[in-house]
Every structure is written in C-alpha cells, then in structure tokens.
Design a protein around this ligand. Sequence first.
Ligand code: NDP
Length: 280
Amino acid sequence: MTTSLNRYAVFGQPIKHSKSPRIHQLFAEQTGQDLQYTAQEVSAEQFTVTAEAFFAQGGKGLNCTVPLKELAWAWATHKTERAELAKAVNTLALQADGSVLGDNTDGCGLVRDLLVNHGIALTEKRILLLGAGGASRGILLPILEQSPACVVIANRTVNKAVQLAAEFVHKGCVSGCGFADLIDYAPFDVILNATSASLSGQLPPLPEDLLAKQGVCYDLAYGNEPTAFVRWGLEQGAIKSLDGLGMLVEQAAEAFFIWRGVRPETQPVIDLLNAERTSL
Ligand code: NDP
C-alpha cells in the first residue's frame, strides 16, 4: 500500500525500548513537520526483504540499530564517506531518483554532544576509545576530524582494535591495543566507552590512573541510572562523566535533517528526556 504520508521507522532487534519514535515525534512537533515514525522489530534475516518492502510502499527513511547497521551498509545503493569508512549505516534516506543513501550519524551526534552541549573539545586531546565494534567504527572518523593529539583504541579482542586502527590510520594518529597495555599510553584527557559492557552492568578491565587531571569520561550507553562506566569515571576524578543520551538525540537530529532538510533544536528534547528519567 503506497500512501502520501511521510513514513519513517527504526528497525532493530530488540526494539521495544527504543526512544527514537518519541524523539522524532518531538522533533516533528517542534518543526511543524507532518510525518509518522514507528519502531519495527526486524531480525538480521528479515532485514533485506523488510527494508525493500518499506521503501516500495512509499517509506521515506529508516534508522537501523543493532544488529542491522552492517547489513544496512551493504544494502544501501550509495553511501557518504563517513558511512563508507565506518562499514555501518544507521540512516537510510530515499533519494529523488529512487535510490537509497546510507549514512552514519552516530559520530557527528557524539561530537556535537561533546562540543556543543558540554563544551568538551577534542582538538589536541589524548583520547582513549574503549571497544572496536560497530559504534567505535561509526564514531572514529568524526573524532579524527577534530584533530586530536592521538586516539588509542583498546578492545577485549585485541586484533579487532589493531585492525580498526589500521583502517583509519590515513585519517589521523590512531593505534590499537588491549586493555592491559593501556598503562603505557596513559594519561588520557577523554575516555569514551563504546563497549557494550554497560548494558550488562559491567566494566571493561581498566588499569588505574588512566585519566588525566581535569579529564572527561563518556559512556555511549545510557540508562535511567548512571551506568557502571559513568560511576567509574566519577571515582577516577573525572570533571564530567556523561552517558550517551545526548548522543542519541543528536544522531537522531542529524538523521531528521538528512530526511527533512530542517534541523531541530536538540536541547529541549534532551532536557525533557533527562527530566523523565530522573522522575522514574
Ligand atoms: P557491538 O556489539 O558492535 O560491539 C561491542 C563491543 O563491546 C566490542 O568491542 C566488544 O568487544 C565489547 N564488549 C562487550 N562486552 C564487553 C565486556 N564485558 N568487557 C569489555 N568489552 C566488551 O556494539 P556497538 O558497537 O553497536 O555498541 C556499543 C555500545 O554503544 C552499546 O552500549 C550501545 O548501546 C552504544 N551506542 C550508543 C549510541 C547512542 O546514540 N548513544 C549509538 C550506538 C551505540 P569484543 O570485540 O572483544 O567482543
């Protein structure tokens, strides 16, 4: 069934707890855009058929989350440079000629949250990136574009960190290692946790004294309570220890801009979601 409604959706598995429909509904109300945004449970096996049907039936754009970002990258007709390098796509946008553009807005969402919302610059900073999965891939290029002094990627499976660094080394100073090697590279001004350990209340096995004085910690994961990594950052003396709710809203705003050509204001939405979680 083809309709004239501007239809958007997020695909993923699990998807029940996704905040994306709420965020995009708030953006649409704020900017006076007429659209519908739904969340749909889609497994990796179902992705291609479901995405094809969505666009064939008049859908205008999709967000893709775990475990679909790599599949969306392979499926998109063409990709932006940041998505191409990331090998992961979180935003699919129907183009006027019927093709579908794949982009990755995670990295610019993170950088915007750090820079604009929290006043944390990355230029000339020593940055530690924990994890070498899809999220790390997505954020590396936007981080390197800020010209940090260096980025060290540390991962449980060490060769994934080394491999990821090798793929981006032409874009800036980046190297990969295991958690135990980190003491040789410390201290770091900014530590970003892009492992999924927080989702199960765990912490990567981090040596002491990794964080520089006046250092900042940022967990890409978020929850209604401070994550294990946010708490670790505070224990290590971070001047700020933040979670990824702001990044979530910022990556959504960038997707909204790609789809609708209008940039929503993010701060009121971040404030609202923050107020809602502290009132729980
Ligand atoms: P992936 O599954 O692709 O990668 C997971 C990474 O975490 C791997 O590097 C893995 O190491 C590591 N890991 C998992 N468990 C542990 C553990 N117990 N100790 C140490 N390392 C561990 O996930 P994503 O990259 O897609 O997501 C990572 C995080 O980023 C998630 O928390 C996700 O919610 C968050 N995220 C937040 C976004 C936002 O908008 N705020 C956007 C995107 C992601 P190994 O390679 O050894 O398995």
